[in-house]
Write a protein that binds this ligand. Structure first.
Ligand code: APR
Ligand code: ZN
Length: 362
């Protein structure tokens, strides 16, 4: 194995990422080296480029990925060389108050770690890796708790999608909102995350899944994911949704964009007593305004879903099984297969709201 590998480096917020030759770190005790085979381009990567989230720079981007373990450090027990693994960008410590409460997605040790240094260097200078991974790269060195083994029979392209978008979307439906059979669901924003919400809501038995995006371009993808209705977003959205839900509004709305305006739209699309689940990650200065009377009289619940309110160690293997047995189809999510060098164009495409997931194959 050579001392260098290729990865996509973002020099600073607002700059153009570029492919660079990075020097690989040693694998320390309790760590593993993963040869990344597939990585999805997620909106959270774009949020690090456009400054919505502010990690440290220079930064190796990427966090939704899967690959093969090629080296293990001393005392590693969770994985062996040759294992196929999904990467977990928020591995729970299992000892903090939240982990002990059974809420590992809120782990106080790993939450909010947008980037860290793990020994990767560029021209002798340390670079940070996004969400402890930096998975837009040929290899990743991470603690063993950040890898989750999956069956060799699961294609690594599909395994990669489980690591962020699918776990987030499916978890929001199953764990956070607990959508039940026969319920009506509105999904606002149909990227990789929103389309995963659509598919999971149908799989949970929702009778009606109304998919919403800004143009007709997402209609085909929404229907492929299982949407029963498709609506182009407008000022008349809540009226349109009420018209499709016996005048009441939907039992559930999922916001999968990450903006105050769409959070308000999700709120207004929901019936009295309904549940509004915020899946999108917005910025700190985008404020949502709701009237005090409306909050009281609508009796709605508004809750965010961080990493699908899931324990990835338990749910990634379940999702892998769902894919292998055909209960969960992911084929429609992959709309492009690209090399590392094409990720900046994939960000441009995402900014225009096109496609579902661009998948980097390595
Ligand atoms: N109304 C409806 N849809 C919208 C609106 C709007 N006002 N604005 C944007 N969208 C749509 C876009 O057209 C796009 O189809 O939201 C979708 C967002 O998809 P992606 O950019 O592919 O994002 P994705 O990776 O799915 O992530 C969505 O979840 O995890 C978070 O950080 C992530 O906030 C992001 C969100
Ligand atoms: Zn992501």
């Amino acid at each position: 194995m050579t001392a260098y590998f290729q990865g996509l480096v973002l020099p600073g917020a607002g700059e153009r990422p570029r492919v660079a030759e990075l020097r690989r770190p040693e694998v320390g005790p309790g760590q593993v080296r993963v040869r990344v085979r597939a990585a999805g381009v997620c909106h959270s990567d774009l949020s690090m480029v456009n400054g919505t989230i502010r990690p440290s720079y220079p930064l190796v981007l990427g966090h939704e990925a899967a690959g093969e373990v090629v080296e293990v450090g001393a005392n590693v027990t969770r994985a062996a060389v040759g294992d196929h693994v999904v990467l977990n960008w928020q591995p729970a410590c299992r000892t903090c108050w939240f982990c002990e409460q059974g809420e590992p997605w809120l782990c106080s040790t790993s939450s909010g770690v947008a980037s860290l240094e793990n020994g990767v260097t560029l021209d002798g200078v340390p670079v940070h890796v996004a969400l402890g991974l930096g998975a837009f790269a040929e290899q990743v060195v991470a603690p063993e708790k950040a890898v989750i083994r999956v069956p060799q029979s699961l294609p690594l392209e599909k395994a990669a999608l489980l690591s962020c978008g699918v776990l987030t979307g499916a978890g929001a439906v199953r764990n956070t909102a607990q959508v039940g059979a026969g319920e009506s669901v509105v999904v606002i924003g149909l990227g990789g995350v929103g389309l995963s919400v659509v598919a999971a809501a149908r799989a949970a038995g929702a009778a009606q899944v109304i998919a919403v995006d800004v143009t007709e371009a997402k209609k085909g993808l929404a229907e492929a994911a299982g949407a029963t209705d498709f609506v182009v977003s407008s000022d008349a959205l809540s009226k349109d949704i009420r018209g499709r839900t016996s005048g009441r509004g939907a039992d559930h709305a999922f916001e999968c964009v990450g903006r105050a305006a769409t959070i308000r739209a999700a709120w207004r699309a929901t019936r009295r007593g309904g549940k509004v689940t915020i899946v999108g990650m917005g910025s700190n200065d985008d404020l949502v305004s709701l009237s005090a009377l409306d909050i009281f009289s609508s009796a709605r619940t508004l809750r965010s879903s961080v990493y699908g309110s899931a324990d990835p160690d338990l749910e990634i293997p379940r999702l892998a099984d769902d894919v292998l047995t055909g209960r969960l189809t992911l084929d429609h999510l992959i709309t492009d297969r690209i090399p590392l060098s094409a990720i900046p164009s994939a960000f441009d495409q995402m900014t225009r709201g096109e496609g579902a997931r661009s998948l980097v194959t390595l």
